[in-house]
Write a protein that binds this ligand. Structure first.
Ligand SMILES: *[C@@H]1O[C@H](CO)[C@@H](O)[C@H](O)[C@H]1NC(C)=O
Ligand SMILES: *[C@@H]1O[C@H](CO)[C@@H](O)[C@H](O)[C@H]1NC(C)=O
Ligand SMILES: *[C@@H]1O[C@H](CO)[C@@H](O)[C@H](O)[C@H]1NC(C)=O
Length: 272
């Protein structure tokens, strides 16, 4: 019993300061399903308190079932879910497999699926020019906001309790919406720059209204590792960043930490 209480105190003490230094994450483009052991092994390679990020929706307009399985394998026993990313189906020919074209419809179908799986994840929206985005930058901006505003509405209504951010690079953002468009800068930026630097500032040129990223993907498509050799893995670094609202990653982590404390408290109370 004493151990429980000590654990509770330690947890309450350490969780808030955990985020004061930079941490590692891996993201798995999910061409294959990894086992719990493989995921743990990859995480052990990069440090202690880490995140796994996996794709849950693809540019073709369908769920990434491998990615969803990887998130389930990466979930720890306390129900502390990692993060997910959505590659929206937005292409010049409107050929989305599930027939859902609007940002709002795609956001809702993802939220419904996550809820079905009982997943509480932080959701990044990937903006990547290679995915046949139309040249119409104004239309692309509307699409992005239609998606993210739907997630925010769902958050306000309590249908989705994760959070939402943007996953992109300088060049992708410039091409898809125009580098000076700041309409999404209230959300966290997960910045792609394969420069091998585990920080948030080397080589960062402001764009889109962001003055700094929250996450940095510093290496990508790395297939040599001793855990799941041949499976491409991307490496990320994240740290404290400006938090503009309740849907940011920092607030998400706070809610998760609180949940963990509540759960332990509940366990402790039941024994006394
Ligand atoms: C869109 O359709 C045009 C005309 O059919 C075709 O040439 C082009 O390759 C298609 N693009 C994509 C991304 O499917
Ligand atoms: C998304 O776009 C649709 C169609 O234009 C619109 O009816 C809906 O209100 C928009 N939703 C949000 C949250 O912006
Ligand atoms: C923003 O616009 C200015 C002036 O047109 C341009 O020089 C600059 O490169 C643009 N910034 C980005 C990030 O695209």
């Amino acid at each position: 019993m004493k151990k429980q209480l000590l654990g509770l105190l330690l947890l309450a003490f350490f969780l808030p300061i955990q985020s004061q230094h930079g941490l590692g994450a891996i993201d798995i483009p999910a061409t294959s399903i990894l086992t719990d052991d493989q995921i743990n092994c990859l995480l052990n390679n990069i440090g202690d308190d880490d995140e796994v990020i996996a794709q849950v929706y693809t540019k073709d307009g369908e769920f990434n079932e491998n990615g969803i399985q990887n998130l389930i394998h990466a979930n720890d026993d306390d129900g502390q879910w990692p993060a997910a990313y959505v590659t929206p189906c937005r292409n010049a020919n409107n050929t989305c497999k599930n027939g859902l074209m609007s940002g709002a419809d795609q956001a809702m179908t993802v939220i419904n699926r996550l809820n079905q799986e009982n997943m509480v994840v932080f959701m990044f929206l990937e903006i990547k020019k290679g995915n046949n985005w139309p040249a119409d930058q104004l239309g692309n901006r509307d699409f992005i906001l239609n998606f993210t505003n739907t997630v925010k509405d769902a958050f306000t209504k309590g249908i989705f309790t994760g959070g939402v951010g943007i996953y992109t690079s300088y060049n992708d953002w410039a091409q898809v919406v125009g580098g000076n468009w700041t309409g999404a800068s209230d959300m966290d930026l997960w910045w792609v720059k394969w420069n091998g630097k585990q920080d948030l500032y080397t080589d960062f040129t402001p764009f889109g209204g962001w003055t700094a990223p929250c996450f940095h993907q510093y290496a990508g498509n790395v297939i040599n590792n001793n855990c799941a050799n041949g499976v491409p893995v991307n490496y990320d670094y994240y740290d404290e960043c400006d938090c503009q609202d309740e849907v940011c990653f920092k607030e998400f982590k706070k809610r998760q930490a609180q949940k963990k404390v509540d759960k332990l408290q509940h366990k402790y109370d039941r024994r006394h």
